[in-house]
Each structure stands twice: as structure tokens, then as C-alpha cells.
Design a protein around this ligand. Structure first.
Ligand SMILES: Nc1ncnc2c1ncn2[C@@H]1O[C@H](COP(=O)(O)OP(=O)(O)OP(=O)(O)O)[C@@H](O)[C@H]1O
Ligand SMILES: O=C(O)c1ccc[n+]([C@@H]2O[C@H](COP(=O)([O-])O)[C@@H](O)[C@H]2O)c1
Length: 194
């Protein structure tokens, strides 16, 4: 049984915060692989300045190419939008009926609003959540604090965001240290987020 951690996001673009976290999980937990699931349309996010799915995929693909345990996933590209994670999980179980066991990777910020996710109770009944620390406002709801399906894991906190990268880049500032080299190269060549 291959243990796969699913890391959902818009990755607009992927930055080193995402990459460091995914690598940390693969190195420090019993996850064999982490899949970056590129979400076409996140339920609570606006579509403004969102690059085409395939361009976001391409950047993840190039960034993880040299890391054999990290993979990009297009699984949500043909699913209805906005992309509810429960639907994707059902689809994944159909596509990989044997040999894989999936867990969800989630930042503590998302856990705080997790009760707004579609069918979150069903997700918790069927999947383990690996929750890593983030700096964020608010509190984790009491019923999720000691939930048996929720596992806290240690990981470095790197508080940068794609929004910050896009904003600074648009202002003509240097963002290269925040991006994997391949992401920067593609973004620059394609004139993204200008
Ligand atoms: N610096 C970070 N460290 C760890 N996890 C992060 C970091 N930034 C975002 N994440 C998490 O990674 C997942 C995918 O992130 P997403 O693509 O939404 O990036 P983002 O940087 O938050 O984007 P945006 O600024 O465009 O909203 C989300 O679950 C998000 O909480
Ligand atoms: O299923 C839901 O209801 C749901 C609600 C919000 C977010 N998600 C998933 O979580 C991912 C990260 O969310 P966000 O808002 O931090 O970008 C996003 O790409 C979706 O895959 C899922």
C-alpha cells in the first residue's frame, strides 16, 4: 500500500513555502509520496489573476521534476467547478481502487475553517488529516482539537504566499528567492502576473 499525502492548492504560482513543506513531509513522516493537486477553482477563492490550469500545472511539474517523491496531479482538471475536495477524493478512490492509501495535508489555518468545507464530517470519517503549523488568526474549533483522524505534525513555518509573490512581481520587485528556479524561469518567460 503506497501512502500518499494530498496537498491541495491553486499554486498560482507554486512557491518555496509549498515545496519545503511537501519535502519535509515526505522526508519526516511515513508518507511515500506527496501529490500537489492543482485546483482549477477553489470554493472560497476569487478567480482574479488566476493562471490557466495547465500553466499552473507546468510550473509545479518543473519544480518537482528532480524530486522523485513529489508529483503534480491533474486529477481535478475534468471535475466540476468549484472543486470540492470530497468530490475529488471519491474520484481518486475510483481511479485508484487498489494499492494506494490517501491522507490529506492541511495547514492549521485551513483546519480553523474546515467546518465550512463540503461534507467535512465525511472527509474526517474516511481520511486522516496531517495538520502542519501556520501563523494565522482564529482558533481550531473544539471538536476538531482532539479528533482521532487529525494528526499534528511538526514542520517549519514559512509564511510567504502566492499573493505576496504576485504583488511584488507586479511592482517590479525581485521575487526570485521565493520561487523554485524553474518556476521563476517559466513565469518570467511567459510574462505572467505583470
Ligand atoms: N507558506 C506556506 N507554507 C505552508 N503552506 C502554505 C503556504 N502558503 C500556502 N500554503 C497552503 O498550501 C495550500 C495551497 O496554497 P495556495 O495555492 O492556496 O497558496 P497561497 O500561497 O495561500 O495562495 P494565494 O496567496 O494565491 O491565496 C493551501 O492549503 C495553503 O494553506
Ligand atoms: O471542499 C471544500 O469545500 C473546500 C473548501 C476550501 C478549500 N478546499 C481545498 O483546499 C485547497 C486550499 O484552500 P485555500 O483556500 O487555502 O486555497 C483548495 O485548493 C481546495 O482544494 C476545499
Amino acid at each position: 500500500m503506497k501512502k500518499v499525502g494530498l496537498f491541495f492548492g491553486t499554486f498560482n504560482p507554486l512557491h518555496i513555502g509549498h515545496l519545503i513543506l511537501a519535502n519535509h513531509l515526505v522526508q519526516e513522516t511515513d508518507l511515500e509520496e506527496v501529490w500537489f493537486v492543482i485546483t482549477p477553482q477553489s470554493p472560497f477563492k476569487k478567480k482574479s489573476s488566476l493562471l490557466d490550469n495547465h500553466h499552473r500545472y507546468q510550473m509545479v511539474f518543473e519544480a518537482v521534476e528532480e524530486f522523485p517523491h513529489l508529483k503534480p496531479s491533474k486529477i481535478e482538471f475534468d471535475l466540476p467547478q468549484p472543486n470540492y475536495t470530497i468530490n475529488t477524493l471519491v474520484h481518486l478512490e475510483e481511479k485508484y481502487p487498489k494499492g494506494y492509501s490517501f491522507q490529506l495535508i492541511m495547514g492549521e489555518d485551513n483546519l480553523k475553517s474546515f467546518r465550512k468545507w463540503k461534507n467535512y464530517e465525511e472527509i474526517l470519517a474516511r481520511y486522516e488529516l496531517l495538520v502542519y503549523p501556520r501563523l494565522s488568526e482564529g482558533v481550531v474549533p473544539e471538536d476538531l482539537q482532539d479528533h482521532p483522524a487529525i494528526h499534528r505534525i511538526e514542520a517549519p513555518i514559512i509564511e510567504i504566499s502566492s499573493t505576496l509573490v504576485r504583488r511584488m512581481h507586479k511592482e517590479g520587485k525581485d521575487v526570485r528567492p521565493m520561487l523554485p528556479a524553474a518556476v521563476w524561469k517559466f513565469m518570467d518567460e511567459m510574462n505572467f502576473y505583470r
